[in-house]
Ligand binder design. Structure first.
Ligand code: FES
Length: 375
């Protein structure tokens, strides 16, 4: 733009355009007024709002609540225990509050910030009705410069400059609410928050404890009856479901029932046909006892029980969504939605001829979870 006035009418107002020098001497208010003219804006009415201490305190309270909620969210997200423990464990209950709490604090933070901002606009920003006539094409340089002043004027109209406490509370609440998004983004990349810590998801009642032998047990219809499994209990090409048993469990029906209803303990014990063509998984070469193979009976898709066996094809099928597992190849899935093999239980035989577990599963039983690799 030159130093000379253009003489051209400004917008719809009809007055000549100011020169650069005149522009630089104009106050922000005058520039904002000029911007309105250039943009063919007519202010129909403008009602300033009187300062009100009570409203200011209400806005402050919402902003502070938002900031505190954001801080509480971060603290709960990082330090609240949230790994899985069995419902029977004493500290199970506290973990139930993890998800509700992070939802509550994140929601409160965003909601309070919104209410605080809305309340501020309602109580402090002047009511203005303006009409702008539409025109096509981009704005010229003069219009862009004056529009900047107009925006600054609008910011000044909010009165935040005169209310430092509210301003800082708004900035704090906005920043801390933004931290929630940051924490959630970073947390997304922490693949396994329990790495290196024992997890109930990786331990079952088949795990030997205190050097006590864990037997494979039939489940019978007679209350309190204990029948440990011997190899001759199964015909070639058959399968039974077995449960863990320790001599310390005794014959107490309550205790036996407690074991039987534990979700991750049912195991399918297979006796394959002699000479079956078996392929073993690396690291599990000695998990079988002769033709006897034991696999978790809990489907790795969504956790249904899979106690069905087709001895002709050596397939175990889950009735829920028809996943099929090939028993002669470490029970890997060959059909259906399951994408992980049934975990194999290592078994052997004791001096009395009973089948026993020689260790716990080396992979978690049941449906996959997000930090678990498929295999
Ligand atoms: S739960 Fe077994 S296939 Fe879905």
């Amino acid at each position: 733009m030159s130093d000379e006035p253009s003489g051209a009418p400004a917008g719809g107002a009809g007055r000549p355009l100011p020169s650069d020098r005149e522009l630089s001497r104009m106050s922000r208010g005058e520039l904002a007024e000029l911007a309105a003219e250039l943009e063919d804006v007519t202010v129909v009415s403008r009602t300033p709002k009187p300062p009100e201490k009570r409203s200011e305190r209400a806005v402050l309270a919402w902003l502070v609540l938002s900031a505190l909620s954001a801080v509480a969210f971060v603290v709960v997200y990082v330090v609240w225990p949230h790994d899985y423990v069995a419902p029977s464990a004493g500290d199970h209950t506290i973990r139930l509050f993890y998800t509700p709490l992070i939802g509550l604090f994140a929601g409160t933070s965003v909601l309070s910030l919104g209410i605080g901002a809305g309340l501020y606009v309602k109580r402090f920003v002047p009511d203005e009705i303006a009409v702008q006539r539409r025109h096509d094409g981009p704005s010229d340089d003069l219009t862009r410069r004056t529009a900047t002043a107009q925006i600054a004027g609008a910011a000044a109209d909010t009165g935040l400059g005169r209310r430092p406490l509210v301003r800082w509370a708004a900035l704090g609440a906005l920043g801390l609410t933004g931290v929630i998004g940051g924490v959630l983004t970073v947390g997304f990349f922490v693949r396994n928050p329990w790495k290196g810590r024992p997890s109930a998801l990786r331990r079952t009642l088949w795990a030997p404890s205190d050097g006590e032998t864990v037997y494979l047990r039939h489940r019978t219809t007679v209350s309190g009856e204990v029948r440990r499994v011997r190899p001759e209990d199964l015909q070639p090409g058959s399968m039974i479901t077995v449960y863990p048993y320790r001599l310390s469990d005794g014959t107490d029906p309550e205790r036996l029932h407690e074991v039987d209803i534990t979700a991750d303990v049912p195991v399918m014990l297979f006796r394959l046909q002699p000479g079956a063509d078996v392929r073993k998984k690396r690291g599990q070469e000695n998990f079988n006892h002769g033709d006897y193979y034991a696999f978790s009976a809990i489907c790795t898709h969504l956790g249904c029980a899979t106690p069905q066996y087709d001895p002709l094809d050596n397939i175990s099928m889950c009735p829920c969504h028809q996943s099929e597992f090939l028993i002669t190849e470490w029970a890997r899935p060959v059909f259906g939605p399951a994408d992980r093999a049934l975990p194999q239980l290592p078994i052997g035989i004791d001096g009395e001829g009973f089948l026993i577990a020689t260790g716990d599963f080396i992979e978690p039983v049941g449906p996959s979870f997000w930090e678990l690799r498929s295999s």
